[in-house]
Write a protein that binds this ligand. Structure first.
Ligand code: NAD
Length: 248
């Protein structure tokens, strides 16, 4: 696979889970990586480890994002949160916050990054969507709405960016072994009325062909390929990595 030497990558939510694995994979491929994360301490520790930079930022504060991605050759919109509640109990403020972090912030970062990418004639936008960008599940209204919106935004970016050497794609994992999923286990146990120890097997993996959670490094290897020159004709696409969950 071609390397990423000399490329500047920004990974939102790069201090943990999938984003951290992407930041590590990019650094290993020779890119200069900026980790933009709410958790400044974890971002700084990770950046020091991989020889990159850290930027403490709250993507829910959309007024503060205009400058963040100006220099990026590779933009990975990865930061995300989850909240599991039936619609009638879902707090409207929480719904708005999830859409800000997971849809409006990616729009603002793409908007800031594109002019520089167009000028250089090369760019990669990679959006961490989910199987829930393509299919719904009950109790995840904001998450499913944000991810479906991100799919549309990614395709429009592909259409506008294509003539300028910019590709835009979504990656759609099933359940990945990260802190985000660990936090969901208690919520899922409550809404489904089952013990926490049964959630992975009885909720998360029931529809999978490969009966295990995805590893963050497995998602990062796909992201790294999408960022490479080998993937230059791949755009406007959505790549599931879900152990067969959506094949059923
Ligand atoms: P994670 O919880 O391990 O990491 C998310 C990171 O985002 C954290 O470092 C957190 O500090 C950061 N973050 C959260 N809110 C932020 C904000 N307001 N501003 C800046 N940073 C913020 O999560 P993960 O599982 O690695 O998920 C990463 C992405 O992958 C998310 O978009 C998620 O929806 C998607 N995804 C995850 C799974 C899964 O099973 N883990 C499956 C499909 C898609």
């Amino acid at each position: 696979m071609t390397g990423l030497s000399g490329r500047r990558a920004i990974v939102t939510g790069g201090a943990s889970g999938i984003g951290l694995a992407c930041a590590e994979a990019f650094a290993e491929a020779g890119a200069h990586v900026t980790i933009a994360d709410l958790n400044g301490e974890a971002a700084t520790a990770a950046a020091e480890r991989i020889g990159g930079e850290a930027w403490q930022v709250d993507l829910g504060d959309t007024g503060a994002l205009a400058d963040l991605a100006l220099e990026a050759d590779i933009l990975v919109n990865n930061a995300g949160i989850q909240h599991v509640r039936p619609i009638e109990e879902f707090e409207p403020e929480r719904f708005a916050l999830i859409l800000r972090i997971m849809l409006e912030a990616p729009f603002l970062l793409i908007r800031a990054a594109l002019p520089g990418m167009y000028e250089r004639g090369w760019g990669r936008v990679i959006n961490l969507s989910s199987v829930h960008g393509l299919r719904a599940s009950p109790f995840k209204s904001a998450y499913v709405a944000a991810k479906h919106g991100l799919e549309g935004l990614s395709k429009v970016t592909a259409l506008e960016g294509g003539p300028h050497g910019v590709t835009s794609n979504c990656v759609n994992p099933g359940y990945v072994r990260t802190p985000l999923v660990e936090k969901q286990i208690a919520d899922q146990a409550t809404v489904h009325g089952i013990p926490e120890e049964d959630v992975v097997e009885k909720v998360m993996l029931t529809e999978s062909a490969i009966k295990r959670l995805v590893e963050p490094t497995e998602v990062a290897s796909l992201v790294r390929w999408l960022a490479s020159d080998d993937a230059r004709m791949v755009t406007g696409a959505s790549y599931t990595m879900d152990g067969g969950w959506s094949a059923r």
